[in-house]
Ligand binder design. Structure first.
Ligand code: NDP
Length: 331
């Protein structure tokens, strides 16, 4: 690799604690430790990346930092027996872009344990369009499958439906043959949610206020990216032996629930974390995406952005002005 390369560097003034960021030429010697070096080919912008760039939330825990929690690239050097020069790889999470330099750069250096071989049926750009949102949705679907929720068990509810995790969850579940109900606050998105495979739209307001400890048994499974009162209400509407895969906190991180669904209906609340998930689980999630994600629908929701403009894009993403998935090619 070259002696120097371009990276978007987030810096902080230690006196004023003010954060800044710009494209900077950095030395190859500045790359963090790791046994595999990559030429980054594609990355994306998640909500977390936008928070890191704007400094609106303390995502970055070490400065200077290169953001970018999702990476698709090509191995340029490796001392790991698992990866050879030229291998195409992907990486999601592991604190990259938070405590370890991430994907908004021409090069990255990683621990080989964090890397997966790119699935054969997906391009690097498609993997980034899927990103952490899609991979987390796949982890949720796997949890439901492992808990024995099948298409015959009944309807699966997806909350935060028009968000990243929600959209991928609907698409995956529908292509696996599940009947999907989509809970959303954006009822004008009904055509979009139905095009992804939802057959029923639920107004999220019916879930966001405190409800009964046990309600009508409606759902065999649920993917919840909303948390708080919504999750409590979802639990109360689960059928006997139902399972809820909980991964998010869009409404809040509290959980004002009772134990009634657990002790009277055998309901399972299954937590899903994407950041530290072990390799075998990641491989299973990406395999599920490779096998079952509708590529045409993926293309429809993907837009290519200019990575040199991430500082301008990040506030728009936080303000909800960016629809679908944004992919950056790293030149
Ligand atoms: P998005 O912002 O794309 O989507 C979140 C969706 O939640 C929104 O589109 C909206 O859906 C709904 N929503 C937002 N605010 C509220 C509210 N106050 N009450 C009810 N619903 C609300 O985020 P992602 O899909 O990328 O992520 C979803 C959640 O999952 C986030 O909390 C994120 O932090 C978390 N996450 C967790 C991961 C993990 O490893 N556990 C990995 C990735 C994400 P609609 O407009 O349809 O109502």
């Amino acid at each position: 690799m070259a002696d120097t390369f371009d990276a978007y560097l987030i810096t902080r003034n230690e006196d004023t604690k003010e954060q800044g960021g710009s494209w900077t030429t950095v030395s190859a010697d500045d790359l963090p430790e790791g046994d595999v070096t990559l030429r980054v080919r594609h990355t994306t912008m998640n909500y977390k990346d936008a928070l890191a760039i704007t400094g609106k939330s303390p995502v970055v825990r070490r400065f200077p930092m290169v953001p970018g929690i999702d990476i698709a690239g090509e191995v340029t050097a490796s001392s790991s027996p698992d990866f050879a020069v030229g291998d195409e790889v992907i990486m999601n999470g592991w604190g990259v872009g938070e405590v370890h330099w991430g994907g908004y750069a021409q090069y990255a250096r990683m621990k080989s344990d964090w890397l997966l071989k790119k699935p054969d049926g997906l391009t690097g750009a498609e993997c980034m369009a899927i990103g952490t949102a899609g991979y987390t949705a796949a982890l949720c679907v796997l949890r439901l499958q492992q808990a024995g929720v099948t298409p015959d068990s009944g309807t699966v509810l997806v909350t935060g439906a028009s968000g990243g995790v929600g959209s991928f969850a609907i698409s995956l579940l529908a292509s696996l043959g599940y009947t999907v109900a989509a809970s959303t606050g954006r009822t004008d998105e009904e055509p979009y949610l139905k095009s992804l495979g939802a057959t029923e739209i639920v107004d999220r307001n019916t879930l966001s206020e405190k409800g009964r400890p046990l309600d009508k048994e409606l759902y065999a499974g649920a993917v919840d990216s909303v948390g708080s009162t919504t999750l409590a209400n979802v639990l109360s509407k689960m059928k006997y032996d139902g399972t809820v895969a909980a991964c998010g906190l869009a409404q809040g991180f509290d959980l004002p629930a009772t134990v009634m669904p657990f002790i009277l209906r055998g309901v399972t609340l299954a937590g899903v974390d994407s950041v530290m998930a072990p390799k075998a689980r990641r491989e299973a999630a990406w395999n599920l995406l490779d096998q079952h994600l509708d590529r045409a629908k993926l293309a429809e929701i993907t837009t290519e952005g200019d990575i040199r403009k991430v500082a301008e894009i990040a506030p728009d993403l936080i303000a909800g002005k960016v629809r679908g998935r944004l992919v950056f090619a790293v030149d």
